[in-house]
Design a protein around this ligand. Structure first.
Ligand code: ZN
Length: 382
């Protein structure tokens, strides 16, 4: 079985301009389990690109040794549109320049369309139902409607991932420690992957909202299950997660090599690759609810002066940072403290240190749900 590489052309957005996706496949097409990995859906989040580069070296060797059992699909650059967006010398790849929309929101929810097509054909065989639904999803995603280039990109990515057992979407935050976003339905899988990657924060999502890529893949299964009678057996056939590989500046050979090795070992543990399986490292955290994440916001415009560092554990009521009003008439009146509303670990901070009023700049993973966090709006647009 040989590795194959192919390109998938996207819709041409303007005369003589056409972008494409590069797709590497390991193992036999249709072999199970199937894993799908992509990096750079937010195009200015580069750590994952280097990690998938190193992962390919490991997979090439496994392929040579005939160790690939399942099918592994790698999309090393998930967003060539965003990767081409430069402004004043900076790559700006989180939002589409054309529409201002976040590239990882508004993926299609195909639940209703699937239900309409397959409900009469479902049986009491779970594997048959899974196959029927996967085929139906593929058919629906082949249907081309009038769409923009970014909409076409989303459909092209889903066509590669929608029938996978494992979907790993590699992202990063501004400044961050390794953390995961995982559905509450997949807590055990999240804990295992988190332990392998050395994550110190695992955020459990319950109706996060926004229709990101991971939920478009995994969510279809629990959304169908909610709509169907309990007599119809239907497993949650896809585990999808957003893996935040630290911060935007953490593009580093040593880290990338180690992350790639951990992903390789995870794929071994999931039964995709043969060979000796290393023991699972001890988990460094317990999952916390996404609604328990305190998101600190700036009360005024100013410069951030942190009292707490990234990865530090803070208590509710402690000052995490001052926002310094640099135009105040006296320095004594310039500082407004921002306190944490929860006990928890600081897992992500904004990269820029000048903030505007109301802007989020720091995230703290607490154990207890916070009343001010709104279901369905937990990811925000930013
Ligand atoms: Zn991202």
């Amino acid at each position: 079985m040989m590795k194959t590489s192919a390109t998938v052309a996207l819709i041409s957005p303007s005369p003589l301009t056409q972008r494409s996706l590069l797709v590497h496949r390991y193992g036999a097409v249709g072999a199970r389990p199937k894993a799908y990995l992509q990096a750079g859906l937010h195009a200015d989040e580069l750590p994952g690109l280097l990690v998938l580069h190193h992962l390919q070296t490991l997979l090439d060797k496994a392929e040579e040794n005939n160790d690939i059992i399942g099918e592994i699909v790698i999309v090393p650059v998930a967003n060539p549109i965003g990767l081409g967006q430069h402004l004043n010398g900076h790559l700006v790849g989180r939002f589409d320049f054309e529409t201002g929309k976040n590239f990882n929101r508004d993926f299609p929810n195909l639940t209703t369309a699937v239900l309409e097509k397959i409900t009469p054909q479902l049986t009491n065989s779970a594997p048959q139902n899974v196959q029927l639904i996967r085929d139906c999803l593929q058919t629906l995603l082949q249907t081309k409607t009038l769409e923009t280039e970014p909409e076409g990109l989303k459909r092209a990515l889903l066509r590669l991932s929608i029938d996978a057992d494992y979907v790993l979407d590699l992202h990063c935050d501004g400044e961050a420690i390794v953390h995961l976003y995982v559905s509450k339905h997949h807590e055990a899988q999240g804990v295992q992957l988190g332990a392998q990657l050395g994550a110190k924060t695992i955020l459990l999502e319950d109706n996060a909202g926004g229709d990101p890529f991971d939920e478009a893949n995994a969510g279809i299964w629990w959304k169908l299950r909610e709509q169907l009678p309990t007599s119809i057996p239907l497993p949650l056939a896809c585990f999808a997660t957003t893996i935040e590989l630290r911060g935007q500046a953490d593009v580093d050979e040593t880290l990338a090599r180690s992350d790639a090795l951990n992903l390789f070992r995870y794929l071994q543990r999931c039964g995709l690759i043969a060979g000796h399986i290393e023991p699972l490292p001890t988990a460094l955290c317990e999952p916390t609810p996404l609604e328990g994440t305190d998101v600190l916001k700036a009360p005024i415009a100013g410069v951030l002066a942190y009292h707490k560092t990234l990865g530090e554990y803070v208590h509710a009521g402690e000052v995490v940072a001052d926002v310094v009003n640099i135009t105040a008439s006296s320095p004594e009146q310039a500082r407004i403290p921002v306190i944490s509303q929860t006990d928890g670990i600081i897992f992500a901070r904004r990269l820029e240190k000048l903030v505007r009023p109301g802007e989020s700049f720091c995230k703290i993973a607490g154990k207890h749900k916070l009343a001010h966090r709104e279901y369905g709006k937990l990811l925000g647009n930013k």
